[in-house]
Write a protein that binds this ligand. Structure first.
Ligand code: GTP
Ligand code: MG
Length: 267
């Protein structure tokens, strides 16, 4: 989807530009099978009618046992580095990654949480408001896969049921091959279906699937944000008092800079 209109925000690097809907890792455990943006989303993007979506940060929370490679995965994607030495995350950390999706600027705020038990209470304070939950485990350590159930339950407790996209990610793919890899993936796919999650295998060391994975996360979150924004704006009843914006049928009027105050009918 290419637009001849002026860009809406500062340019992003070429590998953060998403024009086609990124594909799943395996059709056996994926959140949706379609390969195109939703029709309404494509139209809204072409018309630059995506409301406040380009101004928001969508929250992504990464959880999982200590040492599974959460920080390494995020650093490979955001900084394109890999560190062989282990430095435990203390509490939480985050990175902001800017994309341009179907011509619209879009940002993810990726929260990296500590897997160590002693930091869990600090980290869990940051689970709230997640649009995406990534539960990570080490493909070479089956126990860490079993623990993802509990990590997910903890993260979901702080969020509205059904409001988050869930991903199950097997890390350190470079350490496994052949039948061992197939076996680990089969178990993970089974659990992903139970969790209603999308499954990915990645390697922060080699970078395999890392960019494709985060592009998929960004595209799914973006599409959901645009659809939610359209739905809100097209709701028939005018609503007053959503932050500093007044919403009226299909339009957003900013309260501070409007020359003429909007006329609202009383409900
Ligand atoms: N071979 C290989 N090693 C990896 C990979 N990802 C991470 N590691 C190593 O695994 C160890 C733990 O990685 P971290 O990213 O620090 O793990 P973490 O999940 O953030 O750990 P906590 O912050 O304690 O929760 C480090 O020594 C990494 O170098 C990978 O894809 N392949
Ligand atoms: Mg870490």
């Amino acid at each position: 989807m290419k637009s001849s209109l002026m860009p809406l925000g500062p340019p992003v690097s070429r590998d953060r530009v998403i024009t086609n809907f990124p594909k799943w890792y395996t059709p056996d455990a994926c959140l949706q099978l379609k390969e195109h943006f939703h029709g309404q989303v494509s139209t809204a993007c072409q018309r630059r009618n995506t409301g406040t979506v380009g101004l928001k940060l969508s929250k992504v929370v990464v959880v999982g046992d200590l040492y599974v490679g959460k920080t390494s995965l995020i650093h490979r994607f955001c900084k394109n580095v890999f560190d062989r030495d282990y430095k435990a995350t203390i509490g939480v950390d985050f990175e902001i990654e800017r994309f341009e999706i179907a011509g619209i600027p879009y940002s993810l705020q990726i929260w990296d949480t500590a897997g160590q038990e002693k930091f869990k209470c600090i980290a869990s304070a940051y689970y709230r408001g997640a649009q995406v939950i990534i539960t990570a485990f080490d493909l070479t350590d089956v126990q860490t896969l079993e623990h993802t159930r509990q990590w997910l339950a903890d993260a979901l407790r702080e969020n509205e049921a059904g409001s988050c996209f869930i991903f199950l990610v097997g890390t350190k793919k470079d350490l496994l091959s052949g039948a061992a890899c197939e076996q680990a993936e089969a178990e993970a796919v089974h659990l992903a279906n139970e969790m209603q999650a999308e499954y990915w295998s990645v390697s922060a060391k080699t970078g395999e699937n890392v960019k494709a994975f985060f592009s998929r996360v960004a595209a799914l979150a973006f599409e959901q944000s645009v659809l939610q924004d359209l739905e809100k704006r097209h709701s028939t009843r005018p609503q007053v008092g959503d932050g500093d914006l007044i919403r009226m049928e299909g339009s957003i009027l900013e309260t501070q800079d409007s020359k003429k105050p909007p006329t609202l009918s009383c409900c």
